[in-house]
Design a protein around this ligand. Structure first.
Ligand code: SF4
Length: 123
């Protein structure tokens, strides 16, 4: 079974049908992941991690992501799944929630604008 980058063991044990569709469509981007062997444990929080340690760990993970050749693919994967934990594509879980909220607001605005155009065109 293919393993996603920096996957915790319990996630790695997911059956193949739970793996992201992106792998099937766009190829196994994760094979180029810089974090494939996250031996430093940078990408996921240990239990009861103090805030200062978390911030430091997340910044270190983001520095790894910044030099990763598949950062865009990884980030989109984490946003589309969505991945609820860990640093993916240079974003923390909280940062991904902000991006997703912005995308949802933008989609609502676009739908409203399209509906207004249809109404105006029907005239
Ligand atoms: S962008 Fe970061 S989390 Fe994603 S594969 Fe690369 S190193 Fe891993």
């Amino acid at each position: 079974m293919l393993q996603l980058p920096h996957q915790p063991l319990q996630v790695a044990a997911l059956p193949p049908q739970r793996l992201p569709a992106r792998e099937d469509q766009d190829g196994p981007w994760h094979t180029e992941a810089v974090c494939r062997r996250d031996e430093a444990g940078l990408f996921f929080a240990p239990s009861k991690e103090p805030t200062a340690a978390r911030l430091s760990r997340e910044e270190a993970a983001k520095r790894v992501c910044a030099r990763c050749p598949v950062m865009v693919e990884c980030r989109e994967h984490a946003l589309l799944q969505p991945e609820p934990y860990g640093v993916w594509g240079g974003l923390t879980a909280a940062e991904r929630r902000v991006v997703l909220a912005r995308r949802r607001r933008r989609e609502v605005e676009l739908r409203k604008a399209a509906a207004a155009e249809r109404i105006a065109a029907a005239g």
